[in-house]
Structures are given as C-alpha cells and as structure tokens.
Design a protein around this ligand. Structure first.
Ligand code: M6R
Length: 618
C-alpha cells in the first residue's frame, strides 16, 4: 500500500528513484511522484513532478521535461486512501513555502484536527490528503529553526495512526530523513550512497546490505552515514541484515507477467521452503520456532488469523492441525478477530499468516493476542517485516519476492509452512508416531515434482481459458481441504478477471447456491482423491447435480480417477497425492486459469485495478 523510495549519494537521483518506484509499483499505482533537491543560484531548491495513474505517466512527463541534476531525492507510488487519485493528491506534498517535500505511506488518523489547527494559523492546504498536513507541520518546524531530523521527531510525536514518512529539505540538500510507525521502511546501505525503500526491491540493484528499523524510529541518511533515533530523539540502532536474493528475482525473466513467472517458480519455492527441516536422525526441526517444547506441549487451542489468500492457507491448516495434532483450531479473518472479543489464554497459540508481514489487519490482530498473553507464531515470506518481528516465533517461507499482486507462490509456500507447523506440534505433543511424521515429510518432499507435472499441462488450462473468455460468472466447488482451494480459485478470478466468481463447499450447494446454476455456467470442481471416506463419491454426486442443471463442469481429479469422466465437460488431471496435501497441486491450474483469462481479457495481471500488494491500512 504505497511504495516509498529515498536516495542520497553520487548517482543521478532521478534515475535511482524512478527505478526504485518501478520495482515498488506493485504496492500501489494510483499515482506516482518524485522530488529532488538541487542547486539553484548557489542555494538548494526543490524540483518535483507527480502524475495521476501509473508510473509510466510520470516517466513520460519526465522524458518531456527532465528535472535538474541532483543526487538527493524521494519518490512515491500511491494507493489512494485520503482523496481521489488525481495529480493534486499525488505525493510528494510540499510545505507552505515549498522548502520541504514529503512522501507518506499509511494513515494519519488525527489529520482532521491538525489540519484545522494549520488552517487557523493561516496555512492553505491544496490537497485532500492527510499527508499534506504532515508536510506543513514539518516545514513549520524547519522555519522555527529545527533541523530536519529534529523536526521529524517533533511532528511524529504529534501524529496518530500508522505511517512511514520520508522528507527532504531544500536547505539541507545532502540529507534524507524518514520515520516509521507500524508501516514498512528499510534502509539500503551502499558505499558513498544510502537508500530507503518500502521494501528491499527498491534498492536491490544497488546493494543487498539492509538495515531493519524498529517501531517509532527516525532515520537520517547522508552519503556516508545512517543514524537512527527514537521519536524522542534518543539514540537507537537498526538491525543490519543481508538480503539473500538478487535482482533477477525481481525481474520477469522472459515471462509476460510476474504472476506467471511466480506460478512457474512454485516447484522451487516449495522445495526451498522444505530445506533444512529434518535433523540427521529424521526428526522434524524448525529452528526459527523460538517457543520451547514445553510451551508448545501446553498449547490447547490454535487460532489462525490472516487475510485473503493467506486466510485460505489457514483454512487448509485447520484440517491438518486438527487431524494430526488433535487440538481445536479456529481460523479467523484478521479484520474481524479483535472486534469479537475472542477467548484467548496463555495456552492459545495464535498463528498469523502473512506473505508480506505488513498487513495492517493481521498486525493489529496479533497485537491484540499478545495483550491477552497468547503466544504468537508468524508464517511469513518477508524477512524483517513487522509481523514476524512482533511475534514470539516465526516460520519463514522461502518463496523469494512475490511481486504479482495476486498471491501464488506465497500461497503454496504458506501451505508448506502450515503442514510443517502441524507436524511439528504433532511431534512435540506426541499425537503422531515418528514414522507417520516421516511418511508425510517424504510425501511433502515429492510435492515439487508433482507441482512441476501440473505446470507441464499448462497448455490445456490456457485452452480452457480461451473457451471461457466471455464468461460473466464462474463457480468453484470443493470439499474438505479442496474447499479453501475453491475459495482461492474464485479469489484469483475476481481479482484478475473482474468477473463474478464464488467458491462453495460442494455439500452446501443444495442449501441455496444451486439456484445460481444455469445453462452453460462454468463450474470448477476440485475432486478429492479416492480414499476410505466418502468424500470423493459425495463430490461426484454434487458434480452430477450441477451438470444436470446445465452447468459446464471443469473437473480437477487425480490421475486414474475414471469415475468422474462421464460428468466432466473438461478434465484436468492432478497427480495422486494425499487429500491433505492436494491443495498444493489443485491450486495451480486455478492460478494458471485466472492468469490466462485475465491476459486474454486485456487486463493488467500484475497490477489489477483497485488493489495493492501489501494492505498496510485497516
Ligand atoms: O501479505 P498478506 O499475506 O498478509 O496479504 C493478505 C492478502 O491481502 C492477500 O493474500 C490478498 O488477498 C492477495 N491479493 C490475494 O491474491
């Protein structure tokens, strides 16, 4: 939700900032803007440009009218919260005298009262944003004699809400100052240059050495120095870390979309997320889980909190945890969690699943859980992000950077982490024998090859997408662990193709949704593997019921399952895997379908309308 870039060094800042914005554009693309500090008639001056719409609009404007040479700059790509996505509301925002430029991610909750205070003092605000208020406050501090760092500390103490702010002052041209509270910001440490970004993708081309900032901190960057303080001005320290992926991970690598590239990276991402999880004696070992076995043995309930696709990974986890660990597991939308007065005790393990580690709803939910003294374990793909930092324990997924707004490899690797957690709990609690755990681990380790097999059939799914390019509505049915897969398939289609799509538990169909079935309606059916229970056969009955009413059925069924053939208008084969692990293969054709359909419809797959990758506002 908004991408922020800052630079001070020896290179041309315009190029560095625009390139950083290009890599962060997935975070928001309602507008883009840049401000540079340059020398003019022996004094520092600001030069800025900002445009509604995608970064390309700003780039075109800069091609026609480049900004002056400068080696200090900030930039912003916006996901609108306060005020329409137009040029006026685009960032950067300037102070009243045009001395200070500011970019912002987050929401300043007390902006209305601050705005009233400024207007009473004669300030004229030009935009509808909360950000401009902070720009005027900052510049007023500068006018009163504070330097930019002190000014930032002072205003942050007055701001409520979650925010990252990055500012430059025309009269202090070699300095960029930033602040963060509950909103992402990382420092990139270079040689004779330093960077700021909402995430490391902003500067990965220049350096892989980063500095993680804590809560309520201000950071001041010059070419050769980075210093951190609290909002009160006390010295503080960031945590240095090395980024273990390189620029190629943030490029499309010959694919038309990041999303398609990320779908095809899934065998590797799943394999990487499984590496190093077993001891030489075969025991499961999760070294990032900083909770003692004693603590874990005492856990009597698991509550999973997450949003969107991560929530669906949590739904799959519930089946695994309850089956393998025999402890109750609830799954809750993070945005609802703390508003229902949940029952939490010291024996409750709260599991927060978040690809980005920055989702505001999930963050607030874990904060609430910790006030109730529950233990919080994060499943996260982003090192150093806020959610794992504020959790008692973490399992990192190793998907690498996910840039397509629609989550794909993030989802599959979250599933892997959920299975690992469930097996680990089962091991610690002794609810499964060691050889049972080993058997599931062996099955998990075969999943990358199975996912690869599904990907090799991508052409069949693409052909299906051709057939359904005019569909206005698509339904998805599943049972058991296939139900969250159905929900995920529907979410992918909604967010990318902008058509009505809904997922249902197949057994629930006859309680109402079957009324939606009409002639020609495409219905994807995730067929459970044949097993000892009746799940599979019940699903086959459900498929017959919708087909009898005119639906066109597209069935995802395991190899060799011929019982489905008479009722499938189209049949996509899945490798034979256990029912609990089937989501790892069944989700893939649904991702491919949504990606291809949206491409055929002419949509921007990586940057769907109205969305942003990290939702850092509640
Ligand atoms: O970063 P998170 O996993 O916390 O994000 C949660 C959701 O915002 C995210 O999964 C969203 O639903 C995706 N656009 C789905 O493709």
């Amino acid at each position: 939700m908004c991408g922020i870039v800052g630079y001070v060094g020896q290179q041309q800042a315009q190029g560095v900032v625009i390139e950083g914005l290009r890599r962060l554009e997935y975070r928001g693309y309602d507008s883009a803007g840049i401000a540079l500090v340059h020398a003019s008639e022996g004094r520092g001056a600001l030069a800025a440009d900002k445009r509604a719409g995608k970064l390309a609009n700003l780039e075109k404007a800069l091609d026609e009218r480049p900004l002056p040479e400068s080696s200090t700059g900030i930039g912003h790509t916006r996901w609108a919260t306060h005020g329409a996505p137009n040029d006026r509301n685009a960032h950067p925002h300037l102070g009243a005298a045009g001395r200070l430029a500011l970019v912002h991610n987050g929401i300043i909750e007390n902006f209305a009262e601050l705005r009233a205070e400024l207007e009473q003092a004669g300030h004229e605000l030009r935009s509808e944003t909360d950000t401009e208020v902070a720009a005027h406050l900052l510049e007023r501090e500068l006018r009163d004699g504070a330097d930019l760092t002190t000014a930032m500390q002072r205003i942050c103490r007055r701001l409520a809400g979650a925010f990252t702010l990055v500012a430059v002052d025309a009269e202090d041209p070699d300095r960029v100052v930033a602040a963060r509270r509950s909103s992402p910001l990382v420092v990139g440490l270079g040689e004779g240059e330093n960077f700021l970004g909402s995430d490391v993708a902003a500067f990965i081309e220049h350096t892989r050495e980063a500095l993680e900032l804590g809560q309520d901190q201000v950071v001041t960057l010059s070419r050769d120095d980075v210093s951190v303080t609290t909002f009160d001005g006390a010295p503080a320290e960031g945590t240095p870390y090395h980024v273990d992926w390189d620029l190629s991970a943030a490029e499309k690598d010959g694919h038309d979309w990041f999303m398609r590239k990320e779908i095809f990276e899934q065998p590797r991402a799943v394999a990487d997320s499984l590496i190093g999880r077993r001891t030489p004696t075969g025991e499961l070992h999760l070294d990032e889980v900083r909770l003692s076995d004693g603590d874990l043995r005492d856990i009597d309930k698991v509550i999973i909190i997450a949003c969107g696709t991560s929530f669906y990974a949590g739904m799959v986890a519930k089946y695994a945890i309850e089956h393998w660990c025999r402890i109750p597991c609830e799954v809750e939308l993070a945005s609802e969690f703390r508003y229902r007065d949940p029952i939490l005790t010291r024996e409750t393990l709260v599991v927060a699943i978040s690809q980005s580690g920055e989702t505001a709803d999930t963050l607030q939910a874990i904060r609430h859980a910790r006030t109730q003294r529950s233990k919080v374990l994060a499943i996260c793909n982003t090192n150093g992000s806020t959610i794992p930092r504020e959790s008692d324990a973490v399992i990192y997924t190793h998907a690498g950077p996910e840039i397509g707004v629609a989550s794909t490899k993030g989802f599959l690797t979250q599933l892997v982490a959920c299975y690992l957690l469930a097996l680990y709990l089962a091991q610690v609690k002794g609810t499964r024998y060691g050889d049972e755990i080993t058997q599931v681990m062996n099955q998990l380790e075969q999943m990358p090859a199975h996912i690869q097999t599904v990907l090799e059939g991508a052409a069949d799914v693409y052909a299906l997408a051709q057939d359904y390019v005019d569909a206005r509505s698509v339904l998805f049915l599943g049972r058991h662990a296939g139900f969250p897969v159905a929900l995920e398939g529907a979410l992918k289609l909604k967010e990318l193709a902008y058509i009505h799509a809904e997922g249902f538990a197949a057994g629930e169909l006859k309680h109402g949704p079957i009324a939606l079935i009409e002639e020609g309606l495409p219905v994807w059916c995730v067929v459970p593997p044949r097993g000892r229970d009746q799940l599979h056969d019940k699903m086959v009955s459900g498929i017959q019921e919708v087909r009898a009413r005119g639906a066109r059925t597209i069935c995802l069924a395991e190899a060799g399952d011929e019982s489905i053939t008479p009722y499938a208008d189209a049949l996509i084969r899945l490798p034979k895997v256990p029912v609990l692990l089937q989501p790892l293969v069944a989700a893939v054709p649904l991702q491919l379908f949504a990606c291809e359909l949206a491409t055929l419809m002419g949509h921007d797959v990586d940057q769907p309308r109205n969305l942003a990758k990290s939702v850092t506002v509640e």
